[in-house]
Design a protein around this ligand. Structure first.
Ligand SMILES: *Cc1c(COP(=O)(O)O)cnc(C)c1O
Length: 371
């Protein structure tokens, strides 16, 4: 083999000297967590960069999902969600004692199909938790219209949607709340980290208390909160990464454009449609869908063949969340209920997509897929 290993993601890392300088400041101040100066700076910088007024930093991208239900006072009932996501999306529903109900996705976006959401609504439905899968915006106006008509809350798992805008407006403003993940594998990372984006100062303050055990002040606990605070070491890391994230997205864009051009005529390989001109993309993932009949090889065949050549794609999102044992016996998890999601899960491979790919890497990947 002998060829360099190419992984599906590669973390954005700050310059080590610059990071050391910030660490020295933390060592001097001895303020290492609990709303320290770097935490406050990062919260402000992110809310400016993302064009959202109310952002609360978290220690990862899962606790924001859990906390969003708590913040909105959603304590019982059914939540309609997508099976085509990272498993944390459904876990967050379960951890709140709520009942996940899976609805099918749209083939061209891999996001919840509004018509399927509507069909899944019962008198027990309390909320919808869609995912902007791969960074492609959901049909937010249809989803809002449905939610308004039925009196439902909408919490977006926006883990893939760092920096995505429509007509210059952040996608993170959609619904009642959105959550982000800043995990190492994401477009922007703080090693581990995340955020909740809410719609008002009151709600942001509520969430800020929730992530700190429910403390409103030194002697007052107003609700059963949790600990999900971001520390100073990771906030400083994030501040440096934020300075280079535009360059990283630009690099991803070039890779995506090259993939698109090179794979457009390969029989049996389907790509998602290009984002429409109103959308500012972040090029978070590059999924392709394999049709074994016309491609001449199964998805797993391609996945294994790439691995043999030291190219590591990932089958996001296979298996579907609805196939995992905690959820597979739910009525809505039945394959017949989720034909589009099942087909996507069985045919998808995400190609390597990150800022550290060079031209040679990209051509090697293309050669392997187009062969
Ligand atoms: C990454 C991710 C999460 C979880 O984020 P963590 O920071 O790893 O906890 C949740 N939902 C989706 C869709 C994700 O991709």
């Amino acid at each position: 083999m002998g060829k360099k290993k190419i992984t599906v993601t590669s973390p954005l890392l700050p310059d080590l000297d610059a990071y050391n300088e910030l660490l020295a400041k933390i060592w001097d101040s001895k303020w290492i967590t609990n709303a320290g100066p770097f935490h406050e700076k990062l919260e402000k910088a992110l809310s400016e960069y993302l064009k959202v007024p109310y952002l609360s930093l978290f220690t990862n991208g899962t606790l924001p999902l859990l906390s969003a239900f708590q913040a909105l006072g959603i304590r019982k009932g059914e939540v309609i969600t997508t099976p085509y996501s990272f498993v944390a999306t459904t876990h967050a529903i379960w951890w709140n004692g709520l009942e996940p109900v899976f609805a099918d996705i749209d083939k061209d976006t891999c996001n919840l199909d509004p018509a399927r959401i509507e069909e899944a609504i019962t008198d027990r439905t309390v909320a919808i938790m869609p995912v902007h899968c791969y960074g492609t915006p959901c049909d937010i106006s249809s989803i809002q219209e449905i939610a308004d008509r039925h009196g439902l809350k909408v919490i977006y798992d926006a883990a893939h949607t760092f920096g995505v805008e429509i007509d210059g407006e952040s996608i993170l403003k959609a619904g009642d709340m959105s959550t982000l993940s800043f995990h190492a594998t994401k477009v922007f990372n703080t090693v581990e980290g995340g955020a909740v984006i809410s719609g008002s100062l009151e709600m942001k303050e509520h969430i800020d208390h929730l992530r700190n055990f429910g403390f409103e002040n030194e002697i007052t606990v107003t609700e059963p909160g949790i600990n999900s605070k971001m520390d100073e070491l990771r906030a400083a890391f994030g501040l440096l990464n934020l300075q280079q994230v535009d360059k990283a997205i630009e690099k991803r864009k070039k890779v995506a454009e090259r993939y698109r051009e090179a794979l457009k005529d390969v029989p049996g390989i389907r790509m998602l449609p290009e984002p429409d001109a109103r959308v500012k993309s972040n090029y978070a993932y590059f999924p392709i869908f394999v049709d074994p009949k016309t491609y001449g090889m199964t998805r797993d065949g391609l996945y294994e063949k790439m691995k043999e050549h030291n190219i590591y794609g990932r089958r996001y999102f296979y298996p579907l969340i609805s196939e995992f044992s905690p959820y597979s016996s739910l009525p809505s998890a039945a394959k017949e209920n989720l034909p589009v999601a099942n087909l996507a899960a069985d045919s998808v491979v995400c190609l390597p997509m990150h800022q550290n790919l060079d031209e040679e890497d990209v051509e090697r990947i293309i050669a392997e897929v187009a062969r």
